[in-house]
Design a protein around this ligand. Structure first.
Ligand code: CA
Length: 202
């Protein structure tokens, strides 16, 4: 039955692609101008987007506004408001099943959308949940904040220092980009999200 582990790997990698560095591409904005980009990292393809709304507002935070998009016509508006539409965050259950020794790299572009949002930070989480559902009890694998926002888009990149914990293996990988560490009435634009999985070297 030597074929069995190979089959498992093949299933886990279904819908994924290999990055230039040999890792698995989980989310990519691609050219961000059209459909077919991996898990809609550029927020352009709303008809098949895997992005969900999390938090108080149930409206998806994807905004069509070419002037404020980093690339293409759309971006995620991540906000912390105490009046409707309240705070808006985005998250997605990815198509990646967590593998032993996975090390994740995340990057995205972010900027402030209002003058009073300068120096705010956008936060990101990489996690899994008890039942593999978005609203299930989460366990964090990695998290962080962007650099302080300015009026111009800046690239934020992070790479995990150590591989995923053993108890995470076999679970669905989730990502969220949220406004928890923004001040009241903060509003940010996030575009061109990228998430890849590499392997730790022993
Ligand atoms: Ca875009």
């Amino acid at each position: 039955m030597k074929v069995f582990p190979t089959l498992l790997v093949a299933l886990a990698c279904l819908s994924s692609a290999w990055s230039d560095s040999g890792g698995i591409v989980i989310i990519s904005p691609g050219d961000a101008e059209g459909s077919g980009v991996m898990n809609n990292g550029g927020f352009e393809d709303e008809s098949s987007t895997p992005w969900k709304s999390v938090g108080k507002n149930t409206n998806l935070a994807i905004t069509a506004d070419k002037e404020n998009a980093y690339q293409g016509e759309k971006y995620a508006k991540v906000q912390k408001l105490f009046v409707p539409p309240y705070w808006t965050n985005v998250a997605q259950p990815t198509e990646h099943v967590i593998q032993a020794n996975d090390i994740y790299e995340i990057s995205f572009y972010a900027k402030a959308l209002r003058d009073n949002s300068n120096n705010d930070k956008v936060s990101w989480n990489i996690f899994y949940t008890e039942d593999d559902k978005l609203n299930g009890k989460p366990t964090l694998i990695a998290s962080g904040d962007s650099t302080p926002l300015t009026d111009a888009y800046e690239l934020n990149s992070f790479k995990m220092n150590s591989p995923v914990p053993e108890e995470a293996v076999g679970k669905i990988l989730f990502i969220s980009i949220i406004s928890d560490h923004m001040r009241d009435h903060g509003s940010a634009a996030v575009d061109n999200v990228s998430l890849t999985a590499g392997k730790s070297t022993p």
